[in-house]
Design a protein around this ligand. Structure first.
Ligand code: NAP
Length: 326
């Protein structure tokens, strides 16, 4: 069986995906921007995920440069394109996100096509689906975020533009390559990497009490392990080619208040610093996001959001990543 390529191997989602592939006995090649900075942490993360890293090869490739991509793709039939910049803070220049996201997806798809790969599964986002307001706030895979929506933040803009660019490239010059897109809502759940990024940082900031006021906002939650599983199903199902699949946990969308209440109710004393105060303002509408397509077409069975939130917190505690209690 040929190797599987996973881009952005060092990240929160990719480490879970690589661990799942290795546990299935697949040979995996992962790209990172810098092997010196990331390879050791990536290997430790996948071992933490119960996988043997002997089947893992780590190579360097940056979304902003052509170098390394043809070699990364050589001998790979299946590609999971996960890498995309996620900012810790909103960048001044939206192109800091848009250019690597769009150019990166085009580079990876062209290299996959040229290497004769069978299929690429791209991690897009709910940000490419539901960030243009709709009166009924009810979202399926038929919806698209319009990148020109007034006030749209750079990150959702980058994801909408990158996913569009991917489908456009496939239509124009896809060759024999197939594309499937996975659109996760906010990803939570246990972290394997100790280098915390946006999603795990949010839970940490609630548990450490550094987030003192809860924003009034609703969002979908998807478990990082379930999103990894959806990637595997999207790669395996013959009829998935050309489709997008929303990823949302079992249950409704949640507010920051719901997440905070879940942490306090389920974790007791060590969730004592989780904030209770909400930002002033009107209660926004709770969106409805549908995950029936992934359930019906791919047999995907997501966990309840509550499990995801609690196990995200427990993983931070177990890895010693929370600030000590005073
Ligand atoms: P993450 O931990 O920040 O992972 C992002 C990865 O992209 C990192 O490995 C990063 O590499 C890599 N990357 C960023 N810029 C790059 C560049 N110029 N060249 C090469 N690699 C680059 O975030 P994540 O949550 O796992 O996100 C994975 C994917 O899921 C992304 O496509 C994201 O948009 C999507 N997604 C995430 C969420 C969420 O809530 N977290 C929700 C929906 C969709 P370095 O290690 O070198 O920084």
């Amino acid at each position: 069986m040929s190797k599987v390529l996973v881009t952005g191997g060092s990240g929160y989602l990719a480490t879970q995906l690589i661990a799942a592939l290795l546990r299935e006995g697949r040979e995996v090649r992962a790209t990172v921007r810098s092997t010196a900075a990331r390879e050791a942490g990536l290997r430790a993360a996948v071992r933490r995920g119960g996988a043997d890293d002997a089947g893992l090869e780590v190579v360097a490739a940056d979304l902003m440069a052509d170098d390394g991509w043809p070699a990364a793709l050589a001998g790979c039939d299946e590609v999971h394109h996960v890498a995309s910049p996620i900012p810790a803070t909103r960048p001044e220049d939206p192109d800091e996100l848009i250019v690597p996201a769009r150019e990166g997806v085009l580079r990876v798809l062209r290299a996959a096509r040229d290497a004769g790969a069978r299929r690429t599964v791209l991690t897009s986002s709910f940000a490419a689906i539901g960030y243009t307001p709709k009166p009924d706030a009810d979202y399926t895979e038929d919806d698209w975020t319009d990148p020109d929506t007034p006030g749209l933040a750079p990150y959702p803009r980058s994801k909408a533009i990158a996913e569009r660019a991917a489908w456009d490239l496939m239509e124009r010059e896809g060759g024999g390559l197939e594309l499937v897109v996975v659109n996760p809502t906010f990803i939570l759940g246990p972290t394997l990497t100790t280098d915390l990024r946006m999603s795990a940082q949010l839970v940490k900031s609630m548990l450490d009490g550094t987030l003192s006021v809860l924003p009034r906002q609703y969002f979908g939650v998807a478990d990082v392990r379930d999103v990894a599983d959806l990637h595997l199903r999207a790669m395996a199902a013959p009829d998935a080619a050309g489709r997008r699949f929303l990823a949302l946990a079992d249950g409704p969308t949640m507010s920051f208040r719901d997440v905070a209440e879940t942490l306090r109710r389920r974790l007791g004393g060590w969730a004592a610093r989780v904030p209770t105060r909400e930002a002033p303002g009107e209660e926004p509408r709770r969106p409805v996001i549908h995950n029936d397509r992934a359930r019906k077409e791919l047999g995907w069975t997501p966990r309840p959001a509550e499990t995801t939130i609690v196990e995200a917190a427990e993983s931070l505690r177990d890895l010693g990543l929370l600030a000590p209690m005073a």
